[in-house]
Write a protein that binds this ligand. Sequence first.
Ligand code: MCN
Length: 789
Amino acid sequence: MTTSPDAADQVFGSSVERREDPSLLTGKAEFTDDKLPDAAHVAILRSQFAHARIESVDTSTAAERDGVIAVFTGEDIEASGIPNSIPTAWMLPGLVTPQYRLMATDKVRHSGDAIAAVVAEDRYVAHDALDDVDVSYERLDAATTPTEAVGAEPPVHEEAEDNVAFDFELGDADAVDEAFAAADHVSTVELEQPRILPTPVEPRAAAASYDPGTDELTVWMTSQNPHLHRMLMSTATLGHPEHKLTVIAPEVGGGFGKKIYHYPDEAITAWCAKRLERDVKWQATRSEDYVTGSHGRDHITEAELAVDDDGTVRAMRVETHAGLGAHLLQFATATPSYLYATILSSEYDIPAIHCRVVGVFTNTAPVDAYRGAGRAEGIYVTERLFDVAARGLGLDPTELRRTNLVAPDEFPFETSVGLVYDSGEYERAMDRALEIVDYDDLRERQAALREEGRYLGIGVANFVESAGLSPSKAAGELGAQAGGWEVGVVRFHPSGKIVVACGTADQGQGHRTTLAQIAADELGVPIADVEVVEGNTDEVPQGMGTYGSRSAPVGGGAVSTSARKVVEKARKIAAHQLEADADDVEFEDGEFRVKGAAQRSMGIADVAMQAYLGHDIPDEMEPGLEATSYYDPENFTFPFGTHVAVVEVEPTTGDVEIQRYVAVDDCGEQINPMIVEGQIHGGIAQGIGAALFEAAQYDGSGNLVTGSMNDYALPRASDLPEYETDSTVTPSPHNPLGVKGVGESATIGATPAVVNAVVDALEPFGVDHLDMPLTNETIWAAVESAGGS
Ligand code: MCN
């Protein structure tokens, strides 16, 4: 059930309708490419090869084409004297950080590297003129997978010996060795997590306008974090003064991680606007976005679990080669290292874990965070390993899990890989999921169907997610070059209407609804009186943006903290006017009342007017009613849950039918249960996509052969089941609202649940692991090599 946005009763926790939807559904919402309709167009020439030396670039023919305004190369950019270096935002010990220039000058390292930019009056002319740019290359061998690339010659970057960017270790290797030596069993799995192509509805785009009179540069772009883009354009790529640079993310059509990063293309667009002193815009085609934008995952892993006869897990050992692509984007190093290794404990008490990750440069598009970033990869390893181990021990997979769950009275729980989980009732969520799916009955049905030659599979996956990276100091100690805080401003107008400004940046999550719910609830005002502003560096003082499921716990924490500050100031003004002590003034439902004298009261909107008149406020108090908070939580929040997939596999064709999908999620207090449910639905779809359909494929020369939506298999609505969702509520003590993030949870849970289900179905064929995506061909080949159906 949804409620009207005008409802004045408590709105936190209600399924308020999304205020974003009317303009999105009627086509009135404005996206980046709607901006600057009269701008000139930028088209960017991409490398023809994955690895080559550039011998020469001749732009003269292109420059002569009718309608072409200018053609620029990397030499022009270099000569302009800008910093010209896309940075990484997380330093690891020994990390190699080769310069990532906006356009290649000497060498191209993957087939998306930019070589030249054409600016033309018209988008089609700009693209046609790219064919006129004559580049002469000396081709080099390309390496595309993280294991093949180790030691491949010639290296992607001269600076990175053997193509290794970092060699990261976490955990106590000696303790793990001892535990393995003492354990009754060791289970092993080798697995690959292929590259995913994040596919938001809107490919990346930028529009830029420069005023030479004031030196003001305005960039509209598809961004998940406009303030970080402004800061990086100022300090690392363009060198444009930060106070004369405005970055605006208008409506953003999905991101899934891809729009966090500062890529060359948006900076090239802004550079062209400055250089030509005219408005320009760039819009990636889908294929261009696939070949240049960040990819996800790309792990090759060996993992082992040491378990005793009774199912007690003693230790875990993981070694992963993580493909980084040709260049380091901002979180490329954090995602496969800390975000991955620290989550391997999942919901379990595993006394010793050791993880080694070798981060490897390859001649491919950069790899970075994609929905679930690092946590999805880590939980996948653990949840596959638990299934493999359970089978080896002859245990039901749910029993092995149950034996090792962290119990409710163990929180805060410190894992052997350094996280301190805030709160959890893991067994409750797992039991709920098993009850909904009727697990025992399903196992009986599975046995009966096998007699008939039908193959039902039941896959269970538990997960924990670390959501809302924080606190800033701890992140800084581990190498982060950005904070974990968020800004929330709550500003009353004199009339009592409110503007909330937050440094998060929506791409579809519904922040304008949920942040308004938080403020309306704290201030006791109708939600219709609250406007939310995001995604504009001029209107929001600072911000870290939206990723890592941080907007509810961290952005929401900032907004509620500011709202509470506003209430405290308003209480003092009300007390002054009601001639009472502030301690004797209660606040409820937007009204200040003197305790024991209910008729002496004042509404918060009236207090706002008094605050701005400033005639009758306490001495020493400044007029006005607003507050700004830089909220820096003490820790991550840790949402969790259990997902169960029930599939039937047809061994002669490899068809997988998902018959049921049950998800029980716990994201603490829910601000808006309808939005939470939407997040779970979208997350499951992406998790299923990874399990059954999606994999970016490069050929041996480094061409992206899945470079369009004709070739890259995304799940369609008809491929997805009805979802049966439920939730438990375990509040987080780590923020004022008790909320935990939810944006990535379901992607993390869905992939192992579906893979576990398919592998479970194929048990009679002796299949104990299959690598994703589980296409018909993969399944059919596994069944055939086991002797057929
Ligand atoms: N929410 C809530 N109660 C909670 C937790 C969250 O009502 N206890 C609401 C929030 O207020 C917000 C939404 O659920 O409206 C998601 O909140 P949160 O978990 O904080 O995640 P973020 O808003 O920070 O979004 C980031 C997350 C990530 S990392 C990816 S990737 C992702 C995702 O969200 N990309 C998305 N969901 C997406 N949804 C859409 N439509 N498009 C994307 O690109």
